[in-house]
Design a protein around this ligand. Structure first.
Ligand code: ARG
Length: 474
């Protein structure tokens, strides 16, 4: 259409073409630009939260007199219908809408006409998207915490059955000292407990309400920010409109918590892989969790665990990507920030099934407790022997050397500690008595390491009780 060279305002034509924002443009956007810049293919994941936020915004607009009660009702009704359309797969998405925010608004206006055009009053997609992502993450973090707790509970249950099951503890992946399987599993419970804390902290960082910041500088309109916050269950208001739209620290906090969790799950997966090797032989992989080989008929592969380990790279990568996106961004909103969502979605898509699969996996493992016990004896008891001497007044360094010499001689003779007599021991140090032989059993060794935090059955039972009660994990 050719425009007359006059000062007559032209009709807003962009809207009729289905794009709400192009009033100031003469020509449409290149389709490739549209495709490259759209977030709609992925941010539709936020639709529920977007609609919830818009409903609260509309109610507020009515409270402060910017829309009528009828208009607000039409908006809320329309938004609820749109939510159903999307949920049931009836919503027609088009890339021209750019993102979920415009898609919903476009449809609302189609449905209810002019009242729909009032919804975006006093709001920008900049504060809207910050709101949506904060609400989305609050909910997803709750799910993550529940899944972490499920895994902790499972590990606690398995540990409960293995308080007396001795196994070798390792340093440098060399047999070190006897521990119990329960004590080993509870190490993971402690790690996951810190993960839970980190997620809870990240959730608190999400719990700040940005709406009212507008594009970056607030609004001349009498918006009731506190009312919106209350309705959406936020405990804090963003205190600076510029920060409100440019801050993604809460995403970093979440991705950091996710990365540490991923690293923990990766270490767990690695141990499961090691334990299931013929070399270790500590566990048999349950069939439901193992994979065959396309060529070697005998194989039973721990692919699931390898992929839990392998996918750690994606989650840590998401954190790195987000840090890199934020670095060097001037205030306030920049489109770079649109890159935040896929990182979050991907981390969640990776970790949620990993957590739930591990929780199903542990109770089904068959533990080869005899192999574990064998590994826990022998030279793994050398420290106990040295501490026996210390208890009889021998300086620790001297005791270390005495037992070191004993180990050297025995291994040169291709023998372990088995079959040692008190006379043998006395040749190395006259402080050895007949009771010295008693520390040469893995069970005795375990029992006597009963400091707080130690592996003795008594200590571990106490910790198990605390975990169940204090952390309400029963
Ligand atoms: N799609 C954008 C995002 O995901 C929200 C819109 C931001 N505002 C803008 N003017 N592009 O972050």
């Amino acid at each position: 259409m050719k425009r007359a060279a006059s000062n007559q305002p032209s009709k807003p034509s962009g809207r009729t073409k289905g794009n709400l924002l192009r009033g100031r443009f003469k020509r449409p956007r290149l389709p490739e630009v549209e495709a490259f810049t759209a977030s709609l293919p992925f941010d539709r994941e936020l639709y529920r939260h977007d609609i919830r936020g818009s409903i609260a915004h509309a109610r507020m607009l009515a409270r402060v007199g910017l829309v009528t009660a009828d208009e607000a009702e039409a908006i809320i009704h329309g938004l609820s219908a749109i939510e159903r359309e999307i949920a049931e797969g009836r919503f027609r998405f088009t890339l021209a809408d750019e993102d979920i925010h415009l898609a919903v608004e476009r449809r609302l206006t189609e449905m209810i006409g002019e009242a729909g055009q009032k919804l975006h009053t006093g709001r920008s997609r900049n504060d809207q998207v910050a709101l949506d992502l904060r609400m989305y993450l609050r909910d997803e973090i709750d799910t993550m915490v529940a899944l972490v707790d499920d895994l902790r509970r499972t590990l606690i249950d398995v540990a409960d059955r293995h308080v007396e099951t001795v196994m070798p503890g390792y340093t440098h992946l060399q047999r070190a000292q006897p521990v119990s399987l329960a004590h080993h599993l509870l190490a993971y419970v402690e790690m996951l407990g810190r993960d839970r804390e980190r997620f809870t902290q990240a959730r608190a960082r999400c719990d700040v309400m940005p709406l009212g910041a507008g594009a970056l500088a607030g609004s001349t309109l009498p918006l009731d920010r506190a009312g919106v916050a209350r309705e959406l269950g936020f405990t804090k208001l963003a205190e600076n409109s510029i920060d409100a739209v440019s801050d993604r620290d809460f995403v970093l906090d979440f991705l950091f918590a996710a990365s540490v969790l991923a690293v923990h799950l990766s270490r767990m997966a690695e141990e499961i892989i090691l334990w299931s090797t013929s070399e270790f032989g500590f566990i048999a992989l349950p069939d439901e969790f193992a994979t065959g080989s396309s060529m070697m008929p005998q194989k039973k592969n721990p692919d699931l665990m390898e992929l839990i380990r392998g996918k750690t790279g994606r989650v840590v990568g998401a954190l790195m990507a987000m840090l890199t996106t934020l670095k060097g961004l001037p205030l306030a909103y920049n489109s770079d920030l649109q890159e935040d969502k896929e990182r979050v979605f991907d981390a969640l898509r990776t970790l949620k099934p990993a957590l739930s699969l591990l929780a199903q996996f542990w109770p089904r493992i068959e533990f080869h407790v005899d192999a574990m016990r064998r590994g826990a004896g022998g030279f793994a008891l050398a420290t106990d022997l040295a501490e026996y001497l210390v208890a009889r007044g021998v300086p620790f360094r001297e005791a270390h050397e005495v037992v070191g010499a004993l180990v050297r001689d025995r291994s040169e003779a291709d023998q372990g500690f088995e079959g040692l007599t008190v006379e043998d021991l006395r040749r190395y140090c006259d402080k050895f008595d007949s009771d010295a032989l008693r520390c040469l059993s893995p069970e005795a060794s375990l029992r006597s390491r009963d400091l707080p935090g130690g592996p003795s059955p008594q200590t571990v039972r106490r910790r198990l009780g605390k975990l169940r009660n204090r952390e309400r994990l029963s």
